[in-house]
Design a protein around this ligand. Structure first.
Ligand SMILES: Cc1cc2nc3c(=O)[nH]c(=O)nc-3n(C[C@H](O)[C@H](O)[C@H](O)COP(=O)(O)O)c2cc1C
Length: 454
């Protein structure tokens, strides 16, 4: 087990986020792989391991997403269950962490604890649980209990689920025998225990993804790592300051929670080549169907009769506020104002629907630059402790991190901000994390307090 003074603050680590269904991977190139073929996952995970990545990360989508009554075309290719997928990957990898996103709203904690612990034990201490609350009733219709839980309740329940899972993992005591766990979670009660002894990292590492105040406080109390959406330098700096304040308020050392934003990288030998490549990436990410779907979020109605290569619609949105399509969060902006602003920007620059959406997505296009430039930028991120790492979102599967592993990683290693070997055998050790919260004397408050939230 690593010591706290080995904590790699001032270092950058990487995870790779295999997104599955999404609009940001280019699926139409000759080297594009598949979202369901094991070969895609194997190739990506083994490349990441060659680059000493901390983690292979999977999201969770519990129902095919819909948009104005139509299934998202990309969802129709399907995606395997995360724990099953990671168990298969455990057999063909040796050191990389295996992170499964699993929601607390629909899973039962004793059962989920066992499935996560099984992956942890079978992988030799490499499992992690990305705790999400999944905020739409529409997903809930898939489950026995239906779409219950308001936003405010979801984190109260999440805390109970995580605390119960921890108690389950802790229930196996070699000397004292097995202690049954009994918990009232409000909506239901459980009684159970572990069905396995703990693995070499004691508990799976806990990630958290969810950006509200409640989500951030929950992470500050309970997570080891946050998967954030704040990857730009200033945004990441503000986020880190906010999280550290909350972590200290929860009675933990300020470096107890690592921060890994999701981030796309577009790299090349020179800055100019990278900028050119970024333009190409955005053009290929935004298909004509994607461009229309993007506008439909604001207009709130089908725009299928519009030409993606023509001007933006001259009709007004049919909704006051942009809604969230089923499964895709979209900010609640004033729809008419947004549409008017977009129309004005597009007509000023003479952009078609598709060109406009390409522009918009390029503005959020992640970190773009030559290997040297980006390595220097990441040194700043590391030295100023703005992030502990990035969860890289490749725009091409499965070859999309080859240039990062072959070119960026060596540049970072030369600058002394990236690991040169896997530290220890477990994910917890490689990330430089302390023992799980309930396995150390430190800050028991942070754990026991959670049941008082109700
Ligand atoms: C970076 C990031 C990644 C997420 N990934 C998933 C996911 O894969 N599956 C899922 O159901 N929810 C995912 N979520 C959603 C969160 O779990 C949460 O339900 C949502 O953000 C609402 O919670 P909040 O109000 O705290 O943000 C993600 C959120 C963030 C910020």
């Amino acid at each position: 087990m690593s010591r706290p003074d080995e904590n790699p603050s001032g270092q950058i680590q990487f995870g790779v986020f295999f997104q599955g269904v999404n609009f940001s991977t280019i699926w139409t190139e000759p080297e594009s792989g598949s979202q369901t073929d094991f070969e895609s996952f194997r190739r990506l995970a083994q490349t990441a391991e060659r680059g000493l990545f901390a983690a292979f990360f999977l999201g969770e989508g519990l129902r095919l997403r819909e948009h104005l009554g139509r299934l998202h075309d990309l969802d129709v290719v399907g995606r395997p269950d995360a724990l099953t997928q990671l168990a298969a990957l455990a057999a063909v990898t040796d050191r990389i962490g295996l992170v499964a996103t699993q929601n607390t709203t629909y899973n039962d904690p004793v059962d989920l604890a066992h499935r996560l612990q099984s992956l942890d034990v079978l992988s030799g201490g490499r499992a992690a649980w990305n705790v999400v609350t999944t905020d739409n009733a529409w997903t809930g219709e898939n489950f026995r209990r239906g779409g219950y839980l308001d936003h405010a309740d979801r984190y109260v329940h999440a805390q109970r689920v995580v605390d119960t899972a921890r108690a389950v993992w802790d229930s196996w005591d070699v000397e004292e025998g097995i202690r049954p766990v009994e918990r009232d979670l409000g909506h239901y009660s459980v009684r159970g225990s572990a069905r396995l002894p703990r693995g070499p990292q004691e508990h799976p590492v806990l990630f958290q993804a969810g950006d509200s105040d409640e989500g951030r406080d929950f992470a500050a109390r309970s997570a080891d790592v946050i998967f954030s959406a704040h990857g730009g330098f200033e945004d990441a700096r503000a986020f880190a300051a906010d999280i550290r304040r909350r972590v200290v308020a929860a009675g933990r050392p300020d470096d107890d929670v690592k921060i890994f934003p999701g981030q796309q990288f577009v790299l090349a030998e020179t800055d100019a080549e990278a900028a050119e490549k970024a333009r190409w990436v955005a053009e290929h990410q935004v298909t004509p169907a994607t461009a229309l779907a993007f506008l439909e979020n604001v207009w709130g109605t089908s725009l299928q009769d519009y030409d993606p290569d023509g001007p933006l619609p001259d009709i007004d949105p049919v909704v006051e506020v942009t809604g969230s399509t089923r499964g895709t969060a979209f900010a609640g902006q004033k729809a008419r104002d947004t549409a008017a602003a977009w129309r004005a920007q597009a007509s000023e620059k003479g952009l078609s629907i598709r060109e406009f959406v390409i522009e918009a997505s390029r503005r959020q296009g992640g970190i773009v630059g030559g290997y040297q430039t980006v390595a220097d930028l990441l040194v700043r991120y590391a030295q100023e402790r703005v992030v502990d790492g990035f969860n890289i979102v490749p725009w091409l599967i499965p070859s999309g991190i080859d240039d990062i592993v072959n070119h960026l990683v060596p540049e970072l290693q030369e600058r002394g901000v990236y690991p040169t070997e896997y530290r220890g055998r477990t994910l917890r050790e490689h990330l430089g994390l302390r023992a799980p919260l309930t396995r150390r004397a430190l800050a028991p408050d942070a754990v026991s307090r959670s049941f008082d939230l109700v």
